[in-house]
Ligand binder design. Structure first.
Ligand SMILES: [Fe+2]
Length: 183
């Protein structure tokens, strides 16, 4: 699967622009994590990019979400490791994250929402001048971007990253594609 093929499938299956931006942001963080750990950047990036490809096909039914996604990923030529990471990123199935790739996707997914929300409450609505320490402060405010599961983000410890490090890495990764994110 090339990145272009993955993007074509996304465009064919997802209409919501924010969902696409979320997938691009997840890709950016996954690529940064892969570089950090000396893992396969293409494999990790594409896993992040397509991880919610079934969101509209499943109509948000969490019992179906990510099962179909994993099947679609396989059909698109994803490795079994990628399909497994996609499958277990939805906790509803109770399938534990086992590999580093599984765990990376699991914690990267909600971090995008926290960082996006932290940018959007700035006067300029931009990522450029957002600092990691502000995101850290928002992290502690439970009511802020409540959908960004703090416990899930904190699982970065399972891939050997402190929360501060993870937030900084995620923020820098998203800043690199700020234009694509409209932030
Ligand atoms: Fe997601």
């Amino acid at each position: 699967m090339t990145r272009e093929e993955a993007l074509d499938s996304i465009r064919a299956n997802i209409e919501n622009k924010n969902t696409i931006k979320h997938m691009l942001a997840t890709e950016a963080i996954m690529r940064a994590l892969a570089r950090r750990f000396g893992e396969d950047e293409e494999e990790w990036g594409l896993t992040g990019l397509i991880h919610d490809i079934d969101m509209e096909l499943t109509g948000g039914d969490m019992k179906e979400h990510s099962r179909l996604g994993a099947d679609l990923a396989r059909e698109m030529g994803a490795s079994e490791a990628m399909a497994h990471a996609i499958l277990c990123h939805n906790e509803t199935h109770g399938i534990p994250c086992e590999t580093k790739l599984d765990k990376a996707l699991f914690c990267a997914d909600p971090l995008t929402g926290l960082i996006t929300a932290a940018a959007l409450v700035r006067p300029d609505n931009k990522l450029a001048n957002l600092e990691a320490k502000s995101v850290r402060k928002r992290f502690k405010e439970k009511a802020f971007a409540a959908g960004a599961n703090r416990e899930q983000i904190s699982k970065c410890s399972e891939i050997g990253l402190e929360l501060d490090e993870f937030i900084e890495l995620g923020l820098e990764a998203m800043k690199e594609i700020a234009d694509d994110l409209g932030l």
